[in-house]
Design a protein around this ligand. Structure first.
Ligand SMILES: C[S@@+](CC[C@H](N)C(=O)[O-])C[C@H]1O[C@@H](n2cnc3c(N)ncnc32)[C@H](O)[C@@H]1O
Length: 200
């Protein structure tokens, strides 16, 4: 268990320490009233940033399989009286209860997707993300480049944007955006990519 800067518990590294939330959220071109989901929210810093700094008025879901992360998000919600924040403890690959089909405009996964490859649950994850997004909804995945570099997850669990494009195409989802110059500056270049998909 890591202890991120905001004191909320997270199962894994909080990207708050090395990725710029503003850089990520600005990629999404949000209007402020969308139904948004921080999927694999960890300490929830991206969801909280959206609520506090961007004054997001649409529903914000924070979803994580780690119970302590969701407990901390519930404490944050109550202490700050954030009515449009909905916290859900769920394994994305097994389905997110309480979220209707086609009801989410933007799902963001930061440093989460490689975990589905590690657990060999890629197809299950993509199907659930597809289920929840609206007809014009977007799935935004920010993850480590498929490089053999020390920082980040083991090389075999990383995926290239091209691999994700093929995976998502197999589920009827098309790539609508790719930025390969995002994230942390490491000796090899920018550490991450951000790719977005929507239904065909
Ligand atoms: C490396 S952390 C990243 C957290 C956060 N997105 C960030 O950028 O700081 C990965 C998070 O994904 C969550 N996670 C991993 N697999 C998951 C799954 N199948 N369903 C829901 N959450 C999952 C973990 O519990 C952890 O909080």
């Amino acid at each position: 268990m890591m202890m991120p800067e905001n004191g909320h518990r997270a199962h894994g590294f909080s990207s708050a320490m090395f990725l710029d939330s503003d850089e990520i959220l600005n990629e999404l071109n949000l209007k402020g009233n969308e139904v948004f989901m921080d999927a694999g929210c960890g300490d929830g810093h991206n969801a909280i940033k959206l609520l506090e700094d961007y004054n997001h008025k649409g529903i914000v879901y924070a979803v994580d399989v780690y119970d302590a992360s969701i407990e901390d998000m519930e404490t944050y919600k109550k202490e700050n009286n954030v009515e449009n924040l909905i916290n859900i403890e769920a394994d994305i690959t097994e389905g997110i209860p309480g979220v209707e089909d086609g009801s989410v405009d933007v799902v963001l996964l930061v440093n989460v997707f490689h975990g589905f490859k590690a657990s060999r649950k890629l197809d299950e994850a993509v199907e659930e993300l597809k289920r929840i997004i609206s007809s014009e909804g977007k799935i935004a995945i920010m993850d480590y480049k498929a490089w053999d570099v020390p920082k980040g997850p083991p090389t075999p669990v990383r995926s290239s944007p091209q691999e994700l494009q093929e995976l998502f195409a197999g589920h009827g989802l098309e790539k609508i955006y790719l930025n390969e110059e995002i994230g942390e500056d490491i000796p090899e270049g920018k550490s991450h990519y951000l790719i977005m998909f929507k239904k065909n």
